[in-house]
Ligand binder design. Structure first.
Ligand code: GLC
Ligand code: GLC
Length: 814
């Protein structure tokens, strides 16, 4: 069953009933001010850092799931009836309810008793505010007299402290109200230089800023007292819980439409200019007033909306495809890049499954996310790479995460994940291939943000590479450290204390446990580093690199092959993990996909054998399982992986992040049918018709889909913030459709299903626009190219001779 449909022309997903199985959300904002918004207007907003600069409060793990957000109430002042045009929180039956999630905006509304109300929510480019543009229409035959109440609940900035430190927090809330604008200024009197504001374009009949006054005692958001009475008490919050609510009265003639704009924004003042007059405790509003005035104007809001639309149009125009498969087209052209931008913006910090207080930007996660957004925002990708590298440690190791506000690395969610540094090479090489900006390698970048420690980025990559080589185990394979890509395979921690975090608990020194996955990652990343060195004419370094890779490949062949598939690891006692010898967890997906992606086993047939084992043992209708058989009990020596019930998360779910590794591996073997078949199994659009089972949004990937060992086999969880977004985009565009930036030009190497007669694509690359038409004339993958009418040898379109040009590429595959 479906809860909506795709409107591809408008690049929207339209939800047609509000009671979706889970909140189906969207992201607002693309630079510094962000919001999460659900299909019933739930969610919250923050400036840069979801933990440290939270504007509005949100109660996680709530009942019902999604309460609290950007709520507007309408009240019929003749009858006293009130409702929410976003359905929640009042939950009256609306006619024609619709939520349209689009690129950077969401429109929610419906009709109730002849009053139609729709609100468009978006964050204008370059501004630290969100607009709520409410359009009301009276469809009755008689005039309507209505009250409108807006509402937000302010968070006292640090979202973690806000949810815990009540003995202080109940006494610090402060607001100001001036010219219909509610200013939230908790702690502004002392060390904070920032405040929030909530403004309204219409004259107000009153306002509330104290939650208790707005809701009334023993009441929730579903029946606020002020709304029920139709009158606001002009409360001024002093301590307790500051909220913002405007009360606006309107009379609408039959057929009349009225627009009211609300703004929720963030602003900072320099420390020496906080107060006006300087001797007072009143916020200096000189810089924020013009911004408020600008966006309370409907014409400016329309212009901002058009600018946002054209921004997204530009982003998405980087790559547009027209294939015989609608799900491929829709995900590649619209939703997958949209999700990649969300992972770029907030990494894994803020979603309906990531609380915004737990994680900052992950080193490994952000490096991989680059694969999905570098083509859209290369300049920001550059900045991200340098930020990440600046948190690298002098040893070449990495903090597992950094906070976006400070850009400093920390160990809050653990450290010593031995795979981390290698991902920097993967991310940087993607950037170089896309942009050809070799100057980034000469950029001086500090270690651990220490001034004076600067070295060129290239040296950071070298240290990443050596970090692995300096940590090899007895089989010549890389030591795993705390864990590798699979955070939950903790071979050195032996945790027997309930509730202890596997990610932060003390790790054994770990001189034995080795990872075949890191070995494969090393081969892939090392290959890139060798090419980079060769490009810089550092032939000796390139040769050394290749020799180390060759040694690693040999170690994989000697000690990382189990007979029918690649082994996963050796544990702390030197026993095999992911082997036919094991009772459970005999085969893992990661080394199969990654080793083949890295080219290991292509010559001796083991690559093919490994992928056939994946097909036989791990592939299901809902995607490829992470491992089999699932761990049915807790294994002290394996750690968190066996802490999950069978079929969930890393314990044998379909962990969507690594499915594309197998797609790429299949493409490398030339098996286009299989690659695309795997692609469709987890493609959210292709799963739309089973929304009751899938439950998460049908327009974005989720981190996991429950595996066949779970009773809810096929149910997705943890949508939006997952490496799945970048990897699927990369797999389908670069390896299945095969349009692949390389150091020397645009490679065209499609490995598509046999039944496809071809496809078309437009790809912007290095300042030119490539119009690619692929035509299948035979069953294989052999490519012949004609570029601007001239046959070209090989399958790489040479770099464009001029900026802004158009290149016509005709590719024949047979
Ligand atoms: C989560 C983490 C990622 C990790 C993966 C597997 O997605 O964000 O860093 O690699 O889980 O454990
Ligand atoms: C938990 C999750 C895993 C995630 C890790 C990092 O272990 O299961 O997916 O990567 O936390 O915080």
């Amino acid at each position: 069953m479906q809860y909506g449909y795709f409107d591809d022309d408008k690049r929207e997903y339209v939800i047609t009933r509000p009671d979706t199985p889970l909140p189906w959300i969207n992201y607002l904002g693309c630079q510094a001010f962000f919001g999460l918004i659900s299909n019933t207007a739930g969610g919250y907003s923050f400036y840069r850092d979801a933990r440290l600069r939270r504007l509005t409060r949100y109660r996680y793990n709530n009942v019902p799931f999604d309460v609290g957000g950007r709520y507007i109430y309408l009240r019929d002042d003749h009858t006293g009836t009130y409702w929410s045009p976003s359905w929640q929180p009042v939950c009256r039956d609306l006619n024609d309810y619709q939520c349209r999630h689009g690129m950077g905006y969401t429109i929610i509304g419906g009709e109730y008793r002849g009053i139609e109300a729709r609100t468009r929510f978006f964050v204008p480019l370059h501004e630290d505010l969100e607009v709520w543009q409410l359009t009301l229409t009276n469809r009755r035959a008689a005039p309507a007299v209505l009250s409108i109440f807006s509402s937000v609940e302010f968070c006292l900035w640090d979202a973690q402290d806000d949810a815990a430190n009540f003995q202080r927090n109940f006494s610090i809330g402060e607001v100001e109200v001036e010219d219909r604008v509610i200013y939230h200024k908790t702690e502004y009197r002392e060390r904070r230089n920032h405040f929030a504001y909530f403004a309204c374009s219409a004259p107000v009949a009153g306002f509330e800023t104290q939650r208790e006054a707005f809701l009334g005692p023993y009441r929730g958001w579903d029946r606020p007292l002020a709304v029920e009475r139709g009158i606001a008490s002009n409360s001024i919050a002093h301590g307790w819980s500051p909220v913002g609510s405007h009360h606006v009265r309107v009379q609408l003639e039959p057929g009349e439409t009225r627009q009211i704009i609300f703004l929720l924004g963030y602003s900072e003042n320099p420390p020496q200019q906080k107060f006006d007059p300087p001797s007072s405790q009143t916020i200096f509003k000189g810089s924020v007033r013009p911004v408020i005035a600008k966006y309370l104007d409907a014409g400016n809001v329309e212009r901002a909306c058009r600018a946002l639309a054209s921004h997204w149009c530009d982003l998405l125009s980087t790559c547009q495809v027209d294939t015989p498969d609608a799900h491929t087209n829709r995900m590649v052209n619209i939703w997958n890049p949209c999700q990649c931008m969300a992972t770029f913006n907030v990494s894994r910090s803020a979603s309906f499954y990531e609380s915004g207080i737990g994680r900052g930007l992950g080193f490994r996660d952000s490096s991989q996310d680059l694969l999905g957004f570098v083509q859209m925002v290369p300049a920001r990708a550059r900045e991200r790479i340098l930020d990440l590298a600046a948190t690298q440690l002098p040893t070449g190791g990495a903090y597992h995460q950094y906070q976006p506000l400070t850009k400093r690395g920390n160990n809050d969610i653990g450290g010593n994940f031995n795979d981390d540094p290698l991902w920097l090479i993967i991310g940087t090489s993607a950037y170089l291939k896309e942009t050809g900006d070799w100057s980034i390698l000469d950029e001086p970048v500090p270690y651990d943000n220490q001034p004076g420690s600067e070295q060129p980025l290239y040296e950071h990559l070298q240290r990443s590479f050596r970090y692995t080589l300096e940590r090899l185990g007895r089989h010549g394979l890389p030591l795993i450290g705390r864990a590798d890509w699979n955070d939950c395979l903790n071979l050195n921690c032996f945790s027997d204390t309930p509730g202890e975090s596997f990610q932060t608990t003390t790790n054994k020194e770990g001189k034995v446990a080795e990872s075949v996955f890191i070995a494969a990652l090393f081969v892939l990343a090392g290959g890139e580093l060798a090419s980079i060195a060769a490009h810089r004419h550092l032939d000796q370094e390139s040769a050394t690199c290749l020799a180390e890779i060759e040694r690693m490949e040999q170690a994989i062949r000697d000690h990382g092959w189990d007979g029918k598939w690649f082994l996963r690891a050796y544990d702390d006692a030197g026993r095999k993990v992911g082997s036919a010898e094991c009772d459970e967890g005999k085969i893992f997906i990661e080394p199969q996909g990654f080793a083949v992606m890295a080219g290991v086993g292509m010559e001796d047939g083991t690559a093919r054998t490994a992928l056939d084992s994946v097909n036989e043992l791990l592939a299901t209708d809902h995607g490829i399982l992470l491992l089999q058989p699932a761990f049915s009990r807790y294994y002290l020596h394996l750690g968190e992986i066996s802490s999950y019930p069978p079929g969930y998360k890393e314990n044998a779910a379909i962990f969507c992040h690594n499915n594309p590794w197998v797609m790429i591996a299949e493409a490398r073997l030339g098996r286009g049918d299989r690659a695309h078949d795997y692609y469709l199994r987890i493609n959210p659009s292709a799963r739309q018709s089973i929304s009751d089972l899938h439950r998460c949004e049908p327009y974005v990937y989720s981190q996991m889909i429950a595996g066949r060992d779970a009773p809810s086999f096929g149910e997705a969880k943890n949508s939006w913030l997952t490496g799945t977004a970048a990897w699927n985009y990369y797999a389908v565009t670069q390896w299945i459709l095969g349009i692949r930036p390389s150091y020397d030009g645009l490679e065209i190497a499609p490995v598509i299903p046999a039944s496809w007669s071809g496809f078309r694509a437009t790809r912007k690359f290095r300042g030119a626009t490539y119009h690619v038409a692929v035509r299948r004339t035979g069953p294989g993958n052999h490519v012949s190219l004609v570029v601007d009418g001239v046959p070209v040898a090989g399958n790489t379109v040479p770099l464009p001779s001029r900026q802004g040009g158009e290149v016509i590429v005709e590719a024949t595959i047979e």
